[in-house]
Design a protein around this ligand. Structure first.
Ligand code: SF4
Ligand code: MG
Length: 328
């Protein structure tokens, strides 16, 4: 039941003291060891805020984040440090997330220093060189600075840093969306290989269903701070129940041109409403092609519509998406 509100106290809302941004509202899901859980939605829908609450980079307003049986949301500093050893974050922007004044060796070894691992300098340098090698960088470049690397290489540095402590969970916050398409697949493959090797779980945040399709075990769709639907990825892509997921999927191009031509594209009217004053009832009702009167009055409960498949819609029903499944 994770909830995060931000106060709005500047600009045009200065006079309206009580206003809040409802960034994440009553969001519940679980992530199993070693799996990849994809979290998808348009920008500003609360995905990163959810990720940041899980690591407590920001403090949830309400709800709990249970990691290995302990509630991260209510931990004090010392407990939090221990948990952060096992949880790491890969940031969206490899240009902003690496300190330009530190060498990549210093960047990658920083988590080891924070957690007092490996006292001897030689041991640490040796280990960082191994890590650089594992993520496909030249260990000889350990003393170079971030500006000497391309975007894809910088993201590899961020990945090496995240893996330095062999965490149980990594929150990958749109780790490839700032990269060229030709580089995206390489970085996704690297993340997949590392997961196989170390059994790390990923919360993989993306604004695009096609990015998470190939790497996720399960996928959740988020809209305006609410979860709309989640299930294993095959089911979600082949037979979504929620009108929003259906619209997102209908916009993903498919490889077969005949299928692509014959497909119905669901176009949503307008932009997502503001999270400062979100719509009543179902937050999607102002854009939903099948909304009824009840939708603006009553918020639909998240319910299990098929085994392992959850959907929050008063009129949830399966909607096979032609051609969107699955190149096995
Ligand atoms: Fe659309 Fe109503 Fe379902 Fe919301 S509850 S997605 S408005 S049909
Ligand atoms: Mg984000």
């Amino acid at each position: 039941h994770l909830t995060k509100e931000f106060p709005v106290d500047s600009g045009v809302f200065a006079s309206r003291m009580a206003k809040k941004v409802s960034a994440v509202q009553d969001v519940s899901f679980d992530i199993f060891p070693g799996e990849t859980f994809g979290l998808v939605g348009e920008s500003g829908c609360g995905k990163s805020t959810t990720g940041r609450c899980i690591m407590r980079l920001t403090h949830p307003t309400d709800g709990r984040v249970v990691f290995d049986g302990k509630d991260v949301a209510s931990m004090h500093k010392k407990q939090l440090k221990a948990v952060r050893h096992d949880m790491q974050y890969i940031f969206q922007d490899p240009y902003a997330s690496l300190n330009p004044r530190m060498t990549i060796g210093e960047i990658v070894s920083e988590p080891l220093a924070i957690h007092n691992e490996m006292d001897s300098n030689e041991e640490r340098i040796d280990y960082v060189r191994q890590l650089l090698d594992i993520v496909g960088l030249n260990p000889e470049h350990i003393n170079r600075y971030p500006h000497e690397f391309s975007g894809g290489q910088r993201q590899r540095v961020g990945i090496a840093r995240a893996f330095a402590l062999h965490p149980k969970l990594i929150i990958c916050d749109e780790p490839v969306s700032a990269l060229d398409v030709s580089i995206q697949a390489q970085v996704l493959n690297l993340l997949g290989d590392l997961q196989k090797e170390y059994g790390t779980a990923y919360l993989f945040i993306a604004h695009d269903l096609s990015v998470v399709q190939h790497i996720s075990d399960r996928v959740a769709v988020m809209y305006l701070g609410n979860l709309m639907e989640w299930s294993d990825w095959c089911t979600l892509y082949a037979e979504p129940y929620h009108p929003y997921t259906q619209a997102l999927l209908s916009a993903v191009p498919v490889p077969d041109p005949d299928v692509q031509r014959s497909r119905e594209r669901i176009i949503l009217a307008g932009d997502p409403p503001s999270p400062i004053d979100p719509p009543s009832g179902c937050r999607f009702h102002t854009r939903c092609p099948i909304a009824q009167e009840i939708c603006s009055r009553e918020k639909p409960e998240m319910r299990e519509v098929a085994p392992g498949h959850h959907c929050a819609c008063h009129f949830a029903k399966p909607f096979p998406i032609q051609g969107s499944s699955i190149e096995l």
